[in-house]
Design a protein around this ligand. Sequence first.
Ligand code: PHE
Length: 351
Amino acid sequence: MENEIESLKSSSQKEIAETKSLKDLEALKLAYFGAKGKVALLTKRLGTLSLAEKADFGKKVNELKNYINQTLNTKYQTLNTSTAKQEWLDVTAPGIKPEIGHLHLVTQAIEEITRIFERIGFTRVRYPEIDWEWYAFESLNMPKNHPARDDFETFFIDAPTSLQYGKMVLSPHTSSGQVREMERLNHKPPIRMINIAKCYRPNWDVSHIPMFHQFEGLVVDEGINITHLKGVMDYFAKNFFGPKRETRLRPFHFQFTEPSFEVDINCGVCLGKGKLPDGSTCRLCKEGWMELGGSGMVHPNVLKAGKIDSNKYTGFAFGWGVERTFMMKSGTKLDDIRLLYSNDIRFLEQF
Ligand code: PHE
């Protein structure tokens, strides 16, 4: 038996030395230490020995185990480092280009609009998409049953009515944030708000979607007049659309502003002339100007609803669609607003 131990020791040493790969080394380890391995077979013989022999034999088997184990480990280290050395990285091989996404166009437009107004001291806010009728209408000088409400087709929420605030609605415009902003600031001007949020109206065609975004400006302070409104409109037109663009105020009607205006911007192609240099009619705008959205001087009743003294303070407000404004930016010729929300990657990737 002593001989067997000796011969196992030398054969293991030889076999390990001849091994050339980690995989073969692994197999060799099993051949010795596996359940039916050579060492296990040897250990089985213990049962047939007398007590005295057992102690001696057991000790020798243990020495053998340690020996093989150590030889295996040393070989493992050698093989492992040489394998690592063999690994080679071809730095000239073309890489795998990861797909990089980007923000949705509407989100990009919102970011840009926010930055433009921030530069002249407007604070970006947002107010609830589900709001009370009072904030959406009454506080904006549109009493119950007033025909002006017909201009704002509205989704009503099936929820309990509040005695004070009326029904719940999906906010049909960002103007619902006007009195909320006066409340947030404890009814103390100056107010310079830019409220950008989702709005909802039940319409669905090439220029309307039931969910869209508006950005609403509200400025209230002492001595605010129409020239401030016009200046801010022109500032925005130049910064968002380009240095050659300007705005025009056209009389209009809103319940919550007096006087009220539609803001038009001169066309980016003919710059307000309506005609091209060759005398033909401009095909983009036909008459030189394009409508951006509503604006006006804050109605005294709105200031009253926001508990602000309308004898001391005046203000202006404007509210425009983000999608519409974005689509009017030169170079973005979309003829269907619904494309923005169809989630077609082939379309969105272009921007
Ligand atoms: N809230 C109006 C709309 O949705 C726009 C507007 C805002 C008009 C502020 C005047 C002042 O059409």
